[in-house]
Design a protein around this ligand. Structure first.
Ligand code: NAD
Length: 249
């Protein structure tokens, strides 16, 4: 259960972050929903409150370390404590390797990789200073953190780094009462896939054992479990939530 746990969610305005906000709210967590998209984020906040959760929204660009620090400070200002950080915000991209411009590579690393380090660093230190004994940091990786893809080199690199940061972070923070874990979704029906061609999505369905794409709430149930004390046995690892995608490979 996650009742009364204070948890920050990045990328909470859409997809996996939004569904995780709802699932955490249903069990009585106290939330800071954040996203770069203020309008959609505030709509999620309204629904989270209707579900009975005490919650706030803060507009945050996770690629900017000052904004992630401010987000963590905001959570403690509102709730006087912090138990969880969900480093989930991210962007997708499909560009063939030899057409991938250095500036686009860098943007991907800033948004999908450096952001996770910022979240781990600021939330980890805050929970350590607060003396929290059951803190949890959950990072959203991807099946693409474990395999390569010709059109997603920058995304692959960023997500592989998230898997790695999760391992190092767990080793460093466990002595301070903080677990660090990851989720690695397979292809999941969210806005991030909207740019993908329909034929590609059709073909990808067959790469999942049930023959269809995952739903965002299917990932959110796992995220909620990882934030709960029932998952203490999971630490430093990134849990595959991919309906067998990698088992097929
Ligand atoms: N959908 C999939 O198939 C899939 C698969 C594997 C991993 N993921 C990962 O799941 C996470 C969530 O993605 P999703 O599928 O829910 O997509 P989504 O597009 O529905 O949600 C992503 C959210 O992140 C926000 N965001 C983007 N850039 C940001 C920034 N700089 N600062 C703050 N917020 C920002 C967006 O506004 C959006 O609300 C991402 O890290 C993504 O890489 C998704």
């Amino acid at each position: 259960m996650v009742k009364d746990k204070v948890i920050i969610i990045t990328g909470g305005a859409s997809g996996i972050g939004r569904e995780s906000a709802y699932k955490l709210a249903e069990q009585g967590a106290k939330l800071i929903v954040s996203d770069i998209n203020e309008k959609a984020g505030k709509e999620v906040l309204d629904k989270v409150k209707k579900l009975g959760a005490e919650a706030y929204f803060m507009k945050t660009d996770v690629s900017k370390k000052e904004e992630v620090k401010a987000l963590v400070d905001f959570a403690v200002e509102k709730f006087s404590t912090l138990h969880g950080m969900f480093n989930n915000a991210g962007i997708g991209a499909m560009t063939p390797f030899l057409e991938l411009k250095p500036e686009d590579y860098q943007t991907m690393i800033n948004v999908n990789q450096n952001s996770v380090y910022y979240g781990m660093y600021y939330a980890g230190n805050k929970m350590k200073d607060l003396g929290i004994k059951n803190g949890v940091i959950v990072n959203t990786a991807s099946i693409y953190g474990f395999i390569g893809a010709a059109g997603s080199a920058h995304y692959n690199a960023a997500k592989a780094a998230v898997v790695s940061l999760t391992k190092s972070g767990a080793q460093a923070m466990t002595p301070h009462g903080i677990r660090v874990v990851g989720v690695a979704p397979g292809f999941t029906k969210t806005a991030i896939l909207e740019a993908a061609p329909e034929e590609m999505l059709e073909a990808l369905k067959g790469a999942h054992m049930r023959g269809k794409l995952l739903e965002a709430d299917e990932i959110a149930y796992v995220v909620r479990f990882l934030f709960s004390d029932e998952s203490v046995a999971i630490n430093g690892s990134t849990v595959l939530t991919d309906d067998g995608f990698l088992a097929f490979k």
